[in-house]
Ligand binder design. Structure first.
Ligand code: F6R
Length: 610
């Protein structure tokens, strides 16, 4: 995530940048920094922690300048620290850059630049950008930024100021990292998101993918990254401050549901090699030889993260033929699990602060197990204590119910399964290639599911008054039945149960009547026929079926009462698409019942007590 703010004008740069960063703090808050230019001097201030920490620093040591950039960080490469905080500088300390996104090829660039004598001060991917611009700075800043952009691979938004280019702020964007330009009188603003601009201007222009902007106090010039001129008029935003913070979405939960394609893309990028086949997870901290020597894997987690672990069990067992146990962390820590050095314990947690998951990880390590984390928050307790960390790169999640962190966890356990399969030489390389390609293309299919939003809202409207729901799934989709039911419970306060559909006959079938909707997860694949039989059994007892099914499946449409279509995909990846559909259903039921979906009663985002 990360938030960027920039200012060029005649006023005091810090007076705009600091409040702007505060409004972008939702994008990350593990360090913050600013750089201002005054005359020929460039001043930088950084602080680990929240914007308040930077503010405290600036209270006694405020740099002058009418040009500047600021940044609030959500760490991806390098733990939160002053050295890793943005802005980052070139060797001479003449130019400063701030960055949101990931530079995929930073390792090779860093190596080449270091060989040329560039001295690096941080562990970030970002710092290579400053040194690259420095390398090319012979014909002025704009030409150097354009040239440097040609060497960068990945998705990024970058803002740059230099003491050699007064009254000039340069921004570039490639991929999904957003940047918005604001037009004032004798001043021009830049930010990752509109809230930072409100109160200063409503005239904005969104920098599009593959564009460069040169901002001065009185002008904005746009070019493609190939240097071709672009003409575009600003538009006027009508949002108020609160709506703007949610980028126009009524709730953070909906915003985060819609951020899922980006979350999965960021989690997968850099890690899959389509040609390989190779899965690169160096952060795992285990050599292939060590992975090959494992005889068991134990997942530990709570809540939605536990559901991701259940999906992980199917995938790891299928790809790596390694026995997998899945434990609820609060059970694991109190039941004297049998572990040794050939067992890999994998703790899954969005926050990395869940007390039980942390205790389970400690218990595993105490018993001699290798222990790694799948985690969304860099520098969290879990990440610090684990032997290795696979970060889900979902960005900060504000809604209490896990959405984008969950689907990013599903992507991470898929990568882990493939990695283990390759290390153990037990997976067909053709299958790895197929799944890796599927992961790469998955964000596009995820966007297709999100387009069903109105259909799903229509379905939600019909069931708002119900008191109970049953969710059924088989195989990989059984954990999704649990997850769908949990989402509905926590944000709509409707009682819901998730069940493996084969168990229906052993009890829950007694509950079925016209008042209790049954959500049947029935996409085409290996469990399709059995699930179809379950749908018929529900219908035979006058039950009401909402089927989550493959789009165009007329046979299911004829049997079920309502259908939420998902696009066809590899079976291994279907859980991600189904998760989105079930999140939207729960979201709309919750909203229509007037519930506070972002902060449901009695819950907290991070459960740091037992
Ligand atoms: C459900 C939800 C919770 C969390 C659980 C674990 O929507 O968000 O069930 O999944 O509290 O939290 P983390 O993943 O932070 O350990």
């Amino acid at each position: 995530m990360c938030g960027i703010v920039g200012y060029v004008g005649h006023g005091d740069a810090v007076s705009f940048i600091l409040p702007g960063l505060r409004r972008l703090e939702y994008r990350g808050y593990d360090s913050a920094g600013i750089a201002t230019v005054s005359g020929m001097s460039l001043d930088v201030r950084k602080a680990t922690g929240k914007i308040a920490d930077l503010e405290a620093l600036l209270a006694s040591d405020r740099p002058p300048g009418t040009l500047g950039v600021g940044h609030t960080r959500w760490a991806t490469h390098g733990r939160p620290s002053d050295a890793n905080a943005h802005p980052h500088l070139d060797c001479q300390g003449q130019l400063a850059i701030v960055h949101n996104g990931i530079i995929d090829n930073y390792r090779e660039l860093r190596k080449a630049l270091a060989a040329e004598g560039h001295r690096f001060r941080s562990q970030t991917d970002t710092e290579v950008i400053a040194h690259l611009i420095e390398r090319y700075q012979t014909n002025g800043l704009e030409a150097a930024v354009l040239r440097a952009a040609r060497d960068l691979r990945g998705a990024y938004a970058v803002a740059c100021v230099a003491s050699t280019a007064p009254n000039t702020l340069i921004a570039i964007r490639r991929g999904s990292s957003p940047l918005v330009i604001g037009f004032g009188r004798g001043e021009t603003f830049l930010a990752s998101d509109i809230p930072a601009l409100l109160g200063h201007t409503r005239e904005i222009l969104v920098l599009e993918e593959g564009e460069l902007a040169v901002l001065t106090p009185d002008s904005v010039t746009l070019r493609t990254l190939d240097g071709l001129p672009i003409r575009r008029q600003p538009s006027t935003v009508l949002w108020d401050g609160e709506a703007a913070e949610k980028s126009g979405y009524p709730h953070f939960m909906l915003k985060e549901i819609f951020e899922q394609p980006e979350a999965v893309r960021n989690t997968v990028r850099e890690r899959v090699d389509l040609e390989g086949p190779e899965i690169q997870i160096p952060e795992l901290g285990l050599k292939d030889r060590e992975l090959a020597g494992l005889n068991r894997l134990c997942f530990v987690a709570c809540g939605s993260s536990w559901h991701a672990a259940l999906v992980g069990k199917y995938l790891v067992e299928a790809f790596a033929r390694l026995p997998v146990e899945v434990d609820i962390a609060s059970e694991f820590r109190y039941r004297r699990p049998v572990l040794d050095s050939r067992v890999l314990t994998v703790a899954i947690s969005q926050s990395g602060e869940t007390a039980d998951t942390l205790a389970a990880l400690r218990e595993a390590r105490d018993q001699g197990s290798r222990a790694v984390a799948i985690c969304n928050v860099v520098g969290s307790s879990l990440a610090r204590e684990a032997d290795g960390v696979v970060y889900t790169r979902a960005g900060i999640e504000i809604g209490v119910a896990s959405t984008k962190a969950f689907t990013a966890q599903l992507a991470a356990v898929t990568l882990l399964g493939l990695k283990l399969g390759l290390a153990r030489s037990l997976v067909d390389p053709a299958l790895v290639r197929q799944v890796a390609k599927g992961l790469w293309e998955l964000p596009d299919l995820m966007s297709v599911v999100l387009q069903q939003r109105d259909t799903i809202r229509g379905i939600a409207e019909r069931f708002v008054e119900r008191d109970h729901f049953l969710y059924l799934g088989r195989g990989l989709h059984y954990p999704l039945a649990l997850e769908g039911a949990l989402k509905l419970k926590e944000i709509s306060y409707i009682h819901a149960e998730g069940y493996p559909a084969g168990e229906m006959k052993h009890g829950p079938i007694a509950l079925i009547d016209q008042r209790m909707p049954v959500v049947a997860i029935v996409p085409r694949g290996s469990t399709y026929e059995k699930m179809t039989s379950n749908v018929e059994e529900v219908k035979a007892r006058d039950g009401v079926v909402i089927a989550v099914a493959t789009e165009g499946d007329e046979a299911i449409a004829a049997k079920a009462d309502l259908v939420i279509p998902v696009p066809p995909s590899l079976e291994w990846l279907q859980p991600v698409l189904i998760a989105e559909a079930l999140q939207l259903l729960a979201y709309y039921v919750g909203v229509l019942r007037g519930c506070d979906v972002d902060q449901p009663r009695n819950l907290a985002k991070s459960v740091t007590v037992e």
